[in-house]
Design a binder for this molecule. Structure first.
Ligand code: KIV
Ligand code: ZN
Length: 557
């Protein structure tokens, strides 16, 4: 018997909003982005970052293009205090970047926070207190007035300290923590009271940050709360509405997106979503979602491998291989039908056309990934994947009829080997199976003469000796085929033939592919040579060698 009992939970009580407009809005411009990796993300780590890790992470955030970076909670952590001091004293903050620090709305903590910020050029002081019913009643044991009073006193204290340090360009930020669990009217009331203290103007705005400290409802309900709040709050033109979503229901990004449609201006989150419990809103996913819709996210996410590497090494948390846009496998197709579709679309895709490739919402190259990793071959894969890999890696554009023959060979290998088949193995299997033009018989010297019909005389080297063969036909290939048929006493008909220059490796080489019917059985051969005629006749010889080898095996058996 388990205690899995849904009746112990209550549904979220939605805010009553009429004529909501957010469902008709579209995201057409980037919000103001603020990173909370070094504060909220850091607070959630098993092992918080060292100063060195924070330095490395800060550099990444600056390079990615964040203009507001929450660097810590200096009143609560000596390490965060020291790191903030280092940023300021060592002049590590670019002129257009605001460092942001968090503090509870308590006078002694606010004072210490300002100490950490002494000498900063630009800073956001982020003050918060909890406003939800649960926290009011059970944690703080205060009524609504008591909670509002904490916020107002905190806001006043923040303002008073800032006035003592006019050399810094201050921005004030207030968060009604646990906003999603707060009656929205009460959240408006508390924020209005804070705004009344700070007296922001359209020229000098303050930030009101609305956190889904815990994600408690579907994203549409969050969007309703945001639209309702934006309608009711005073001095809307003098405040920046910021969102700070967590991912408890797995919808942190969706909630932020709908919240933006509902009127927010600014988004707080972390790179790849580290943060308390299930994490903060993932800025990479949200920004890349915009990018994939043709909207400039105003963040530089092109070096995804660096982002993944820094985040992993600083947080000591792995990135899931299927993490949107960043995971190791997110641009990789294993299934044959997906591979075929991708290969066809990539062939049609040109730089002057909008991106339109099945199964790939964005061009992997935009985030520093290559097409090589798009198609990976395992036992689920089809001929398209194998062909794609051989072409990308070695310039071998296998004709369809040869792809059909090679695919089961690769599939068998994958089944036996139990995994992904590398391009190198595919090439080896291709060579072993079809490039059999040198054993047991190898082409020696040959000559071609053209008369009414083409004539060929060729030496075949075999077991240390050599035999001469001769034949006639309408062209070199048919003359050589006739010579082979005659010599081995078999009937050889060329069913398929294709050739192309090799663009990878050597530009002076060509490859010929041949399918021959030999005594009613199909054999496939391929050969590479500097001379296309030589390549063709060796490809035919490859098919005959397979027939000869098969016959000698049969006679041994
Ligand atoms: O999740 C949260 O509510 C926070 C606040 C401090 C903004 O991190
Ligand atoms: Zn948070």
């Amino acid at each position: 018997m388990t205690s899995f009992d849904h009746t112990k939970y209550r549904p979220f009580e939605p805010v009553a909003i009429e004529n909501r407009t957010w469902p008709d809005q579209e995201i057409t411009t980037a919000p103001l982005w603020a990173s909370v990796d070094l504060r909220d993300g850091n607070q959630a780590l098993v092992e918080p970052m060292t100063v060195d890790q924070k330095k490395e992470f800060f550099k990444l955030l600056v390079d990615v293009g964040f203009k507001e970076i929450e660097v810590g909670f200096p009143a609560a952590s000596q390490l965060d205090f020291d790191f903030t001091r280092w940023l300021i004293e060592e002049d590590q903050v670019p002129d257009d970047v605001y460092i942001q620090v968090l503090t509870q709305a308590r006078p002694e903590l606010i004072e210490r926070t300002y100490e950490s910020l002494k000498g900063a050029k630009k800073a956001v002081v982020h003050v918060y207190n909890s406003t939800s019913k649960t926290q009011r009643e059970q944690v703080f044991r205060l009524g609504k007035d008591g909670i509002k009073d904490i916020a107002v006193k905190g806001a006043q204290c923040v303002k008073d300290h800032a006035e003592k340090h006019p050399e810094t360009e201050w921005v004030f930020q207030y968060s009604p923590e646990s906003f999603t669990g707060t009656e929205t009217d009460f959240a408006v009331e508390v924020c209005d009271a804070v705004i009344d203290v700070w007296q922001p103007t359209p020229e000098k705005k303050c930030i009101i940050n609305l956190p889904a400290t815990v994600e408690v409802a579907t994203p549409n309900r969050f969007a309703d709360q945001i639209e309702y709040f934006c309608r009711k709050v005073t001095k809307r033109d003098s405040i920046v509405i910021s969102l700070h979503t967590h991912n408890d229901r797995g919808c942190g990004v969706a909630a932020a997106e709908l919240g933006l449609m509902a009127g927010a201006d600014r988004i707080e989150g972390t790179l790849l979503g580290n943060g308390e419990r299930t994490g903060n809103m993932d800025v990479v996913t949200m920004a890349m979602n915009m990018y994939s819709q043709g909207v400039d996210p105003k963040l530089a996410l092109g070096d995804m491998d660096r982002i993944v590497s820094v985040v992993q090494s600083c947080t000591q948390l792995p990135i899931h291989p299927r993490h949107p846009y960043a995971g190791e496998l997110v641009f990789t197709a294993f299934s044959g039908s997906h591979q075929d579709a991708i290969k066809k679309c990539l062939t049609n895709q040109t730089d002057d056309k909008p991106w339109d490739v099945a199964y790939l919402p964005i061009d992997p190259r935009d985030v520093g990934r290559s097409y090589q990793e798009v198609i990976r071959v395992n036992s689920q894969s089809g001929k398209g994947g194998v062909a794609f890999a051989l072409e990308q890696e070695y310039g071998l554009a296998l004709p369809r009829w040869l792809q059909v023959e090679l695919s089961p060979i690769i599939q068998r290998f994958s089944e036996e080997d139990g995994g992904v088949v590398e391009a190198e193995d595919m090439k080896r299997l291709f060579e072993q199976s079809f490039m059999t033009g040198s054993s047991p018989y190898a082409l020696g010297n040959y000559s071609l003469t053209k008369d009414e019909r083409d004539k060929v005389t060729a030496a075949l080297n075999h077991a240390g000796g050599s035999v001469n063969i001769e034949g006639e036909g309408n062209g070199a290939l048919s003359a050589f085929t006739a010579a082979l048929s005659d010599h081995f006493n078999i009937r050889v008909d060329i069913v398929q033939y294709q050739e192309h220059a090799l663009t990878v490796g050597s530009d002076s080489q060509a490859i010929a592919y041949v399918q021959a019917n030999i005594d009613g059985e199909r054999f496939n051969g391929a050969a590479i040579d500097n001379d296309i005629v030589s390549a063709s006749i060796q490809a035919v010889l490859a098919t005959v060698n397979q027939k000869v080898a098969e016959a000698s095996q049969a006679s041994v058996a």
